[in-house]
Ligand binder design. Structure first.
Ligand code: PBG
Length: 324
């Protein structure tokens, strides 16, 4: 051996030594649990493409949140499935919209739980696009900002602790910040989906949220998977517009981007380990090809190692229990 003194294995010899030198540790505190909420009562509709996840009515959501909080997970993020969809996404900013009702119920029963609201329109529009669609089929960026502003205020009024715009419209963080401040919600933080790719990994989510676009796709607003300098541009813009936290999404296929965003700015950075990432692990584990617990915890740890302060993951509840 040329350097007999260099023996990294010395520090791997026992569990105690390995614990002492471990650089990244995953805790329940690092996780956010996403939920899909729908109108009705006493109903859990399993989502076929996401084993273990269901669309929940508000009462069932409140029960599920009890387990999440008990496992030490500090936050949830809500996605709504409205009973009616229209061209103006009315359900997204209605006072009695599904996310608004869910947030009120959650805050009443679990005041300490951080309730985040996803802010996008694809679940609420009859065409399934993330904004106002012009006659020629393109998305009207600035008309969509007006809806985003209204939706943010309505979510804050319902008690949401954090609003999380995910539509990738230009200027959305500034528009939302201005609207929140104007309505007296200066203290409500914005978690910006700053870097969101046009990804095939959202496939199961679109089933879960009943939100696939009826025509076209999302590649005129979501980012091209080949780009990373553009990710820094998006992150810079959202930070300048007043975002309190930045998100990169999906997570595992974009760890390089996550690390670059982390190095670039001092805001907290989140990663969204999306539906397809979850379902791949579930599917392989169901066939006995991988050990679910080991692989899920390894994936989440690597997302933290790449620089995420916290992770939105459908494995949040299970992971928190495994870590207990
Ligand atoms: C948009 C939104 C999407 C996801 C979160 N917010 C879907 C999309 O952009 O098509 C995907 C999340 C996941 O796949 O888990 N409302």
């Amino acid at each position: 051996m040329p350097f007999p003194q260099e023996r990294p294995r010395r520090l791997r010899a026992t569990p105690g030594l390995r614990a002492l030198v471990r650089e990244t540790v995953l805790r329940p505190d690092d996780l956010v649990m996403p939920f899909f909420v729908r109108p009705g009562k006493g109903e859990k509709r399993p989502i076929k493409s996401m084993p273990g996840q269901s669309q929940l009515t508000v009462d069932e959501l409140v029960k599920a949140a009890t387990h999440v909080a008990a496992a030490g997970v500090p936050a949830v993020i809500l996605f709504g499935i409205p009973d009616r969809k229209d061209a103006k996404a009315t359900g997204a900013y209605a006072r009695d919209g599904i996310v608004q009702m869910a947030a009120r119920a959650l805050k009443a029963r679990h005041p300490g739980l951080v309730v985040m609201a996803d802010l996008c329109f694809c679940e609420y529009t009859d065409h399934g696009h993330c904004g106002v669609v012009r006659r020629n089929g393109s998305i009207d960026n600035d008309a969509t900002l007006e809806l985003a502003a209204k939706t943010a205020v309505s979510q804050a009024e319902a008690g949401c602790d954090v609003v999380a715009p995910s539509g990738m419209m230009d200027g959305q963080v500034a528009a939302i910040r201005k609207a929140l401040d104007g309505a007296g919600f200066e203290e409500t933080p914005i978690l910006a989906y700053a870097v969101k790719y046009a990804s095939g990994f959202y496939g199961p989510f679109r089933d879960a949220a009943e939100s696939p676009p009826k025509f076209g796709d999302r590649s005129t607003h979501q980012m091209d998977p080949g780009n990373s300098r553009e990710a820094l541009r998006e992150a810079d813009l959202d930070a300048a517009e007043g975002a309190d936290m930045l998100m990169v999404k999906p997570a595992l296929p974009y760890l390089d981007v996550l690390a670059a965003v982390r190095a670039r700015c001092h805001l907290p950075v989140a990663a969204y380990c999306v539906s397809g990432e979850y379902s791949m692990i579930k599917a392989a584990a169901a066939r006995g090809w991988i050990d679910e617990k080991r692989v899920a915890l390894e994936a989440l740890t690597s997302i933290r190692r790449a620089g995420a302060d916290f992770i939105l993951t459908y494995h949040a509840l299970e992971a928190a229990r495994w870590l207990a």
